[in-house]
Write a protein that binds this ligand. Structure first.
Ligand code: COA
Length: 631
């Protein structure tokens, strides 16, 4: 099966050099997606004892000895023959037998849809793209038209099932997430949200939504014969939208989507009681994606540019800037400022970063090659303004949402570091995994600031498995801790430090391999816990144990999102006293986005950024100046 699919993969792809980037195969390969998916293995359930042993090992560097000894007893009891662990494991294995993926529904539910904090900052990642060379409305709209055309070009690959299958090493990856990106939207609930996806409905969406000056419009992007509108025609339509919304004199209804989910869930029901409002909201939900045409962002130049851009992408800068120009529930929102600021924000429930950046890479390539050739004038439907009837209650809710969002914006301390000294090249030269090198650098930076290790999360892809999402690579290990403690110890020789660095890096790489093969501990432990809830047995003590709370309190939450383009993804910390670090390692440099909360007295993004930069540089110096490394 894989052999056949691989051959099919080679047939499709991108045709370059003819001015435009076009999908080679415009014909549908009906059934290819399903055939590929069915060939993927199911996610395994790791062995109980393996997870218990590994759980104790990951606690070692982050939990005090006394607490750990108590946890050891609890774990021993949990996994004893005939005990609760064994019973839950059997239930989980049974669940795995009857499901496409025993974890994916549970994961989407618990990690995203049951999560009640605002999606803004707390869940939805932003992506900063390289600055574009324009600083006026004209340039903005010309580029926006090309961007739309680029996304539609990618959509053709999805619709025709001709998207090249991705691989990790030689293993083909699950492509499902690509089918969840377009025409989908999160819908708030009173206690739990849901996601609607119109891509596969009998009447697939043919419009996008455009947000301009806090007003929303639907723009039909296909001609009546099913072909996409030309760049020229798209540009004309965007001009019409902007001409009919010259001022931000309307209520920024979109800002409601930035609220706490329970609050928004309640307001949502009020809002859609009105039929006009309901139709407007549904038009946004059904649309292929949203394009946000933003106004200029102040102070966005020089050294600060990337950080300002990251803030614009992640939250829009506050109610006085562009936050009202969003519908944060929408899965994909491309953002284009009048000053050339460019990027996107995506709602996380349907997908992880890698498919998003693959789409972005395609769009960037497309916009570089495409030109705005003049298209013959044809009558085009006028873009439709989405109207909202705002009652005094809804107006009050909007005011509250503005206030709450501005408080969140004030609280986020987000900075982008373009680490220019080296990229993947240096770790590779020293025969080390670049990802592990960066992760150990983060451990060293944190240790230097706090003189201890902390629970650290790195996303690992489970896409080798059908409907796979992520598991956790735990970057704080006994080996990373030995290295960070030794690094600034004048009593240690450099050769000793290099040996410890090598061990730490190997340990990280081996945890990574274990995680991507579905053998990490976090999703398994979550599965056992959720199984206990499902089987209505009391929650085992290992989950109420303080060590478990420490393990789940990720003071550093990280993700590598590599891209062909020179972009960087960013997101907020997952705990009040933590850091988030997202990075795109290029060959010669590394783009990193670091965030923390201003209200936390213990964290400081600028200090962390400095510490990361110094840690990476010091690690290189150590390797370069140690005789063994020179060989
Ligand atoms: N010597 C020399 N080169 C090495 C090496 C070594 N010891 N180890 C690795 N390399 C090379 C690799 O071959 C690779 O080469 P390439 O640049 O030509 O592709 C490169 O270094 C990168 O490898 P590495 O740094 O080890 O990372 P990775 O590409 O294997 O990625 C993860 C590791 C964890 C990021 C990846 O497996 C993953 O799961 N990604 C998904 C994360 C995700 O979903 N994030 C989204 C959250 S929203």
């Amino acid at each position: 099966m894989w052999g056949l699919l691989t051959r099919m993969t080679f047939k499709v792809g991108m045709e370059k050099g003819s001015g435009l980037v076009r999908p080679v195969s415009a014909t549908k390969l009906v059934g290819r997606y399903l055939a590929h998916q069915e060939g993927l293995p199911g996610l395994p359930v790791p062995a109980l004892q393996q997870t218990c042993d590994r759980y104790l090992a990951v606690l070692e560097p982050i939990v005090e000895t006394e607490k750990l000894n108590l946890t050891r007893e609890l774990v021993t009891d949990f996994q004893k023959a005939g005990g609760v662990g064994e019973r839950l494991q059997k239930s989980l294995e049974k669940r795995a037998c009857g499901a496409e993926n025993w974890l994916s529904d549970w994961w989407v539910q618990t990690a995203y849809l049951d999560y009640r904090l605002p999606v803004v900052i707390h869940s939805s990642p932003g992506v900063v793209l390289p600055r574009l060379e324009f600083s006026d409305k004209r340039g903005q709209l010309r580029h926006a038209a090309k961007m739309i055309a680029g996304v539609l070009d990618f959509k053709t690959l999805i619709d025709n099932e001709t998207l090249p299958v991705e691989h990790l090493g030689r293993r083909p990856l699950c492509m499902n997430q690509y089918y969840q990106l377009l025409s989908s939207c999160r819908v708030p609930g009173l206690h739990r949200d849901s996601v609607v996806n119109h891509a596969k409905s009998s009447t697939p969406s043919t419009h996008i939504t455009v947000a301009h000056n806090f007003q929303f419009f639907t723009l039909d992007v296909y001609n009546s014969d099913g072909t996409p509108l030309s760049v020229d025609h798209l540009h004309h339509q965007l001009e019409q939208i902007c001409n009919s919304s010259p001022q931000t004199n309307k209520e920024p209804v979109g800002i409601l989507t930035s609220q706490h989910r329970n609050v928004w869930g309640k307001v949502y029901l009020d809002l859609i009681k009105d039929q006009t409002n309901k139709e407007s909201v549904q038009a946004i939900q059904r649309s292929i994606f949203t394009l946000c045409l933003d106004s200029m962002s102040p102070h966005a130049s020089g050294e600060m540019y990337q950080s300002r851009a990251a803030q614009q992408m992640l939250h829009g800068g506050g109610s006085h800037l562009n936050s009202g120009n969003r519908w944060f529930d929408k899965t994909l929102q491309f953002i284009l400022g009048e000053d050339g600021m460019c990027g996107l924000i995506y709602e996380h429930a349907p997908a992880e970063g890698p498919p998003i950046v693959a789409l972005i890479d395609h769009v960037i390539e497309y916009t570089r090659k495409s030109d705005m050739a003049h298209s013959p004038t044809v009558p085009l439907p006028v873009p439709h303004r989405l109207c909202f009837n705002i009652t005094p209650d809804i107006k009050r809710d909007i005011e509250q949402a503005k206030h709450d969002l501005n408080t969140m914006v004030q609280d986020l301390d987000l900075a982008v570091l373009v680490f220019k000294h080296f990229g993947k090249n240096i770790p590779k030269f020293f025969k080390m995994s670049p990802d592990a090198f960066i992760q150990i650098g983060l451990q060293l930076a944190y240790y230097r600031l706090y003189q201890k290790s902390c629970s650290t999360y790195e996303s690992a892809s489970l896409r080798m498995f059908r409907l796979g999402r992520t598991d956790t690579i735990r970057s704080a290990s006994v080996d990373s801790s030995n290295f960070t403690k030794a690094f600034d110890d004048p009593g240690k020789k450099n050769t000793e430090k290099v040996a410890l660095l090598e061990r730490a890096i190997k340990a990280h790489r081996s945890y990574t391999d274990m995680a991507i093969q579905g053998q990490a501990i976090d999703r398994h432990l979550l599965g056992l816990k959720l199984q206990a809830l499902e089987d209505q047995v009391s929650i085992p003590e290992i989950f109420t144990d303080p060590s478990y709370a420490v393990a789940m309190n990720f003071k550093i939450s990280t993700s590598q999102v590599p891209a062909k383009s020179d972009c960087v993804m960013c997101f907020g910390p997952v705990v009040p006293d933590g850091y988030a670090v997202c990075y795109n390692p290029k060959d010669q440099h590394i783009n990193l986005a670091v965030s923390s909360f201003n209200t936390c007295p213990e964290t400081d993004t600028a200090r962390m950024v400095q510490a990361v930069e110094k840690a990476l540089l010091d690690m290189r110096t150590l390797l370069e100046s140690t005789p063994k490394a020179k060989l």
